[in-house]
Design a protein around this ligand. Sequence first.
Ligand code: NAD
Length: 381
Amino acid sequence: MPSKKMNVVLLPGDGIGPEVMAEASRVLNWMIEHRGVPATVQEFQYGAEAYRLTGAVLPPATEKALQEADAILFGATGGPEFDAIPKVERRRGSLLHIRRTLELYANVRPIVTIPALYEASSLKNRVLQGVDMVIVRELIGGIYFGEPRGIETLPDGQRRGFNTQTYTSSEIRRVARFAFEQARLRKGRVCSVDKANVMESGVLWREEVQALRDAEFQDVELTHMYVDNCAMQIVRAPAQFDVLVTDNIFGDILSDCAAMACGSLGMLPSASLGPAREGGRRSAVYEPVHGSAPDIAGKGIANPLGAILSLAMALRLSLGRPSEADLLEGAVGAALDAGARTSDIREERLPVISCRQMGDAVLRELDRVEPRFEARAEART
Ligand code: NAD
């Protein structure tokens, strides 16, 4: 357990980001106060509001804080106000830029179904049983970053938009290695997803993942799947997957699709991790999978559980507090069992509560669960 105080940076960002972050922040404060989590927490400006106040989406003070942070909790980015910012400034401060600068190559998205939310899912109960998978998405390569990119006007007056899908063998191998290591901590199975039947970058992806497995991870079972089949399998039988590893754009799309197994995009947490540096420290951004949800921003109705569960991932992966992560996940489960429902996971006969009330429900369960949790921990020692 680390004794030094960890430096946690909060970036609420745009749209519903500040609303969900406020609840994650209250939970983090609870952890500091009640469980002695050794963290100093500072909030920094980012996004459309930062641009309005400072002329920069990512002000220099924020950029510096990100470099020095032990863990970054991020809300969301994007939306109409963000889109109105000049393109050069948007790109300079974009989330993609942050991910690249911090070398966050591995995005981890756990998809675990919760029986209390079966009703909220568009999938049938029998399909949801036993779903416990992790999507590992390559985050700083592929078509979102590839050059050349742009929109050009052709001699005949038509416009042509283009992007480039590109991967090197080392980019593929480092995220595949991460996925194999995850599998060793779980059920030992990796499914690698590509489009090798029509894309050369997919052929390379498949060859490199297989070669790494054969050379260093023979104890891990590896299968390959085309992305179109994978999208179908995720809604047909999601319980078949353990660790799923894929590129940037496929991971982006498949994880939103898989979100419905959990009832709502608002439920899903994620961690974006960089390479381990000296002393074991690695850059890490924890954020809900959802975006800024402009359609509900400012209404106080967003589901904050994706952000709160992202904090649980931070407790486990950056703050050296796996027991507190378990405690928090238990409290979220207990709040849902007790009937707490925001509108995205609404259920007949249960009242719909606000973002703040969902934060209250989790804090109430933490207060309630903690003494029992403490007693169990003591009994174990
Ligand atoms: P979105 O995830 O913001 O919203 C999709 C749908 O899910 C919307 O109907 C929204 O109301 C709902 N939703 C999302 N989060 C919710 C929550 N916590 N509680 C309840 N409902 C929730 O995706 P979008 O509408 O495609 O994109 C909106 C903006 O967000 C765009 O500018 C996009 O670029 C940006 N975006 C940002 C991120 C990020 O910050 N990492 C991720 C995806 C999209």
